[in-house]
Design a protein around this ligand. Sequence first.
Ligand SMILES: NC(=O)c1ccc[n+]([C@@H]2O[C@H](COP(=O)([O-])OP(=O)(O)OC[C@H]3O[C@@H](n4cnc5c(N)ncnc54)[C@H](OP(=O)(O)O)[C@@H]3O)[C@@H](O)[C@H]2O)c1
Length: 350
Amino acid sequence: MNILTTGANGQLGNEIRLLAARDSGSPAGMTNGSLSGLDPESHFLFTDVTEASEESVAMLRKLAGGAPVDTSTRRLDITDLEAIRTLVSEEHIDAIVNCAAFTNVDAAESQPELAELLNAKAPENLAVAMKEVGGLLVHISTDYVFGGDPYNTPCREEQTGTPTGVYGLTKLHGEQAIARVGCKCVILRTAWLYSEFGKNFVRTMLRLTAEKPRLNVVFDQVGTPTYAGNLAAAIFTILARPVPGIYHYSNEGVCSWYDFTKVIAEMADQVRHDCYGQSGLDHRSHSGLDPESHPSRSSCDIQPCHSDEFPSPVKRPAYSVLDKTKVKQTFGLSVPYWTDSLRKCLSALI
Ligand SMILES: NC(=O)c1ccc[n+]([C@@H]2O[C@H](COP(=O)([O-])OP(=O)(O)OC[C@H]3O[C@@H](n4cnc5c(N)ncnc54)[C@H](OP(=O)(O)O)[C@@H]3O)[C@@H](O)[C@H]2O)c1
């Protein structure tokens, strides 16, 4: 099976690189795989619009722990249907995992055309390319397709919603465009994604709780953090035995952004203590983050606040929890609790 990953230099794309590397060799550009559940002959091809950053490459090498990891990037702009067709044909691609998207929720409000192009038209292109060769598209969507409707129980796949902003609306358009094309497709809606790579809430809060004496964080938005490494593992299971449809995947549990931040700060202290002893003073960060920005103990005073204290162009959902029953039952997945996964990520970052 030849598997093309788009947006391979983003958070999720890098986790897929890592999983592909864990038990395989990697000649330049393609990775020979011997992966749990996946055909051992599987090959991965990693594409994006830019090269991988030095920081991401260093993190990939560190996390791969000596296994050869494919850090190469073939250029593929998924807004270009002809370029997709060419690559699919040249590399005999059987499946595409689409990790590329316009993911900046606030910026989407001022760039709706670009958001629509990346989040709706581009997935349609990928669906067309897979339909033409009878291949599989695994596409990542979001809890923000539900948006403003006042749910107070976890959302199931068949529920409908009303996105509150351009990002959620364009991601919904992407799902609808793929359905219209009618290729073999798995759509995975996820939420609150973080990883060791790129810009995300965990890395931002690690820095802010180290730098600032006091921090206000919203407690009136509730959801579930998702470690991209867990989502990548779920994608591998799905690739091995695909059952087309829409599924929800986040970690288990529920918290507010305030709770999330408190746990990040407290768990980071524990991880430093476990790694570097009581003082924690001589530790060195392997994360590419400035080691000086990680004191031995966070003394930041973290306080809950309301969303209206942070003016934003988008109203975010107050309750956005995904019901994962379908993905667990269909693929036999066991989903880690969010704090267990957070500890794993922090251990790599600190
Ligand atoms: N992040 C979250 O909290 C979250 C929550 C729910 C769902 N999701 C969904 O999960 C998926 C993965 O998210 P992520 O956080 O891993 O994304 P990410 O880190 O923003 O990575 C997306 C990658 O796609 C690339 N890209 C942009 N335009 C492209 C184009 N025209 N062709 C090919 N690649 C392009 C980006 O490059 P540049 O960086 O150079 O633009 C980036 O490397 C997305 O579908 C997202 O909507 C994310």
